[in-house]
Design a protein around this ligand. Structure first.
Ligand SMILES: NC(=O)c1ccc[n+]([C@@H]2O[C@H](COP(=O)([O-])OP(=O)(O)OC[C@H]3O[C@@H](n4cnc5c(N)ncnc54)[C@H](O)[C@@H]3O)[C@@H](O)[C@H]2O)c1
Length: 414
């Protein structure tokens, strides 16, 4: 195969980043943009200069791989159908809605012998690779502590966008989660990659801003972890801080040094190492520098280039990608364990959680639908529309119409 022929499935918000990356990737050719919404499919196909379709099943015979950019409820079915027909699969995060659904994807991919990769884009950004390498090559010694904080004002973002929040985020059958699983999976993935696998967890969360409009989960959380090497870490996240400064913190401390991401004004991204020799700059992304601006040359700064090139190269060379399915499920396991820890008011051992009968059983869609109905009960009838939220926010909050919105330096948001 000279070029990987790809069908991009799901032509909404994030797909633009994927299209841009394929257009710059010499090893791949986008041959279809597919969406159940014909207008969306046509529009993306126009940008990608390829064909469009409204049913992915009809295009599988003409491609080598699919790139799934649909909402999470459609990831598993599309991945499994594609794998069964021998197509390689890249899927957007979060991989699936439940652990059995995610395991189903992995098992079918392995049975089919295809490349299966989860789009944890940050693992393909240079600053995080530098932090990872510094942590694992011994430069900071034994790791003692990790810290990540991500904070955003998605209310500001959604209130400003003409279509508001996507309907699927308001439906717990389609989106039985909140910020922690949907957005936080990127960062728990990074924590495990850099600090070590997480063995125990506990935490707290609330949904004070979006609880009635995104009923599937939290909008703000605070979680603690123990790692398999004895290190401890914490992750503070929110997509609902009206006065967010849009910043992000990532720091790892060891016996021989520490490594920090720093984000000064102007879009710079710096990684510093601090040790007995003082402070050393390990990486500096400067958006004003020509060679760096190539990296920054994406529509919204999500920078999918590294991720897409890694996937294409894995397909061409038959190599296991860095974020293959069994890596992709790990952050789901930890986050769902942390949520169970909060519900049960205790610390949870992640292995014990994964081995619970409800998490080990085969995927069954009907059972899942019943479990959502049971979990959300009468709240399902009381879910607010985005327009109701908008009106209430106007009455209730000083920040409406969200003048405080500040972008999170291009890091993944929702
Ligand atoms: N990595 C990141 O930084 C990042 C950022 C945003 C979103 N995402 C993820 O990307 C995915 C999509 O998010 P979005 O914001 O683009 O959503 P979106 O609602 O803007 O777009 C989703 C599109 O998928 C289409 N679709 C739904 N079901 C389909 C099906 N069965 N077949 C074909 N098309 C279908 C919809 O019509 C819609 O056009 C989600 O899983 C989300 O978590 C990732």
């Amino acid at each position: 195969m000279e070029k990987v022929k790809v069908a991009l499935i799901g032509c909404g918000g994030i797909s633009r980043e994927h299209v841009d990356a394929y257009l710059k990737c010499p090893g791949a050719k986008l041959v279809y943009c597919v969406d159940i919404d014909e207008k969306a499919a046509r529009e993306k196909a126009g940008i990608a200069k390829c064909r469009w379709h409204t049913n992915y099943l009809d295009v599988l015979d003409e491609v080598d791989a699919v790139d799934i950019c649909t909402p999470p409820d459609a990831h598993a079915e599309i991945a499994v159908e594609s794998a069964r027909r021998g197509r390689h699969v890249l899927t957007e995060k979060v991989m699936a809605r439940t652990l059995p659904e995610a395991r189903w994807m992995i098992e079918e991919a392995e049975k089919a012998g295809i490349i299966f990769m989860v789009a944890f884009v940050l693992r393909y950004w240079p600053e995080f690779k530098v932090i990872h390498d510094t942590c694992v090559d011994g430069r900071i010694g034994d790791i003692l502590q990790g810290y990540i904080q991500t904070q955003m004002n998605m209310a500001g973002y959604w209130l400003k966008s003409p279509q508001g929040i996507q309907k699927w985020r308001q439906d717990p059958y389609r989106f039985p989660m909140g910020a922690f699983l949907s957005h936080g999976c990127h960062y728990v993935d990074l924590l495990q990659w850099c600090v070590g696998n997480i063995t125990e967890t506990s935490g707290f969360s609330h949904a004070k801003i979006f609880g009635d409009v995104i009923p599937g989960g939290d909008d703000t959380s605070c979680t603690v972890f123990r790692h398999d090497n004895g290190a401890v870490s914490t992750y503070l996240e929110s997509w609902a801080l009206p006065y967010s400064t849009g910043g992000m913190r990532f720091e790892v401390y060891g016996t021989e040094g520490s490594v920090q991401l720093s984000l000064p004004e102007g879009g710079h991204r710096i990684v510093n190492l601090l040790n007995s020799k003082g402070k050393t700059e390990l990486y500096h992304f400067n958006p004003e520098k020509k060679e760096d601006s190539v990296l920054a040359g994406s529509t919204t700064g999500h920078q999918m280039q590294g991720e897409i090139e890694h996937f294409v190269s894995a397909v061409l060379n038959g190599q296991q990608p860095r974020t293959h399915g069994r890596e992709g499920i790990k952050s789901m396991q930890v986050i769902l364990a942390a949520e169970a820890a909060e519900r049960e008011g205790r610390v949870i051992n992640v292995s014990e959680f994964i081995n619970r009968p409800e998490n080990k059983k085969p995927w069954n869609k009907e059972e899942f639908m019943l479990s959502v109905k049971k979990k959300y009960g009468r709240r399902l009838e009381k879910i607010k529309s985005w327009d109701e939220f908008r009106l209430e926010a106007k009455e209730k909050y000083s920040w409406y119409p969200a003048e405080t919105d500040k972008k999170q330096q291009g890091y993944p948001s929702s």
